[in-house]
Design a protein around this ligand. Structure first.
Ligand SMILES: C[S@@+](CC[C@H](N)C(=O)[O-])C[C@H]1O[C@@H](n2cnc3c(N)ncnc32)[C@H](O)[C@@H]1O
Length: 254
């Protein structure tokens, strides 16, 4: 187990443990959206490289800690929102070692993973039997209009705020018209920075809404996790979005 990693159980309590520990450690470099300096291309490459190196080095411990993690609520939120006949084609963005890819596949869907860590990508291919593209969130090459759904479980918070509009627009373009984006991120007070080797952005609901709707999505709903706890003990914000059809405003083609 890496010294910085505490996301290690399938219990909701440990979801909280994960985010509390991150917030407690989130002291090294914190900026807010108003005061943030624009990062250069080189700095952005370093954000990805250092974060992915962190995951790569802890790949086995991460897998042991998260393989039984219950995210059925999130998977159902995505699949229930997709209109049309199953099976669906799903992009699992930041698929990690492949837990959810396997679930989508077992449910009869066509799931493709996108993952920046070489070790996770290999583990995910082996565990799920799905195709996994090793790509950086900040330099993606995605087919246009190819997916019915994008499942971004605990992954988009690794994208620096300044790059979020572009990354979200790329996901929008990769969805078919009417396709659905699911995202779950730890929420916060619009801060971003380094926490022991991993970069994270922690946004308010309103801020997150501005980013995602600005990329051409319409909100279908949101909820906090884990379910059934007071808000103060729900660090995860799950949101579900539809790519509006061309007749309903902005559409990036696809
Ligand atoms: C908290 S883990 C979540 C993994 C998985 N979705 C889950 O729910 O267990 C974040 C994932 O995002 C990936 N990731 C982080 N930064 C990335 C980047 N710049 N490009 C591609 N993948 C990245 C990590 O390697 C890791 O698999």
């Amino acid at each position: 187990m890496g010294r910085g990693w505490v996301y290690r159980s399938n219990t909701h309590a440990n979801e909280n443990c994960y985010i509390r520990a991150n917030r407690d450690r989130f002291r090294t470099r914190v900026t807010n959206s108003a005061g943030a300096m624009k990062r250069s291309r080189t700095e952005l490459e370093s954000v990805s490289a250092r974060t992915l190196e962190h995951y790569d080095e802890r790949a086995d411990a991460f897998w042991e800690g998260t393989r039984a993690h219950d995210v059925s609520q999130n998977i159902a939120a995505l699949l229930d929102a997709i209109e049309g006949e199953a099976p669906f084609t799903i992009l699992d963005l930041g698929c990690g070692p492949g837990r959810d890819l396997k679930t989508f596949r077992e449910l009869g869907h066509v799931a493709v993973g996108l993952e920046g860590s070489a070790r996770f990508a290999a583990m995910a291919r082996s565990f799920s039997g799905c195709e996994v593209w090793q790509q950086d969130f900040l330099a993606m090459h995605l087919p246009a209009g190819a997916f019915d759904g994008v499942f971004a479980n605990a992954s988009l918070f690794h994208v620096p705020m300044q790059e979020l509009p572009r990354v979200l627009e790329e996901l929008h373009a990769a969805l078919r018209s009417g396709g659905v984006l699911f995202s779950s991120n730890p929420h916060g007070e619009d801060t971003e920075g380094w926490s022991r080797g991993r970069f994270g952005a922690y946004l308010r609901l309103d801020t997150w809404r501005r980013y995602v709707s600005g990329a051409g999505f319409v909100e279908l709903g949101h909820y906090y996790r884990p379910p059934g706890l007071p808000r103060a003990q729900q660090p995860w914000l799950a949101t579900v979005w539809r790519k509006a059809s061309a007749s309903h405003g902005r559409d990036h083609g696809a």
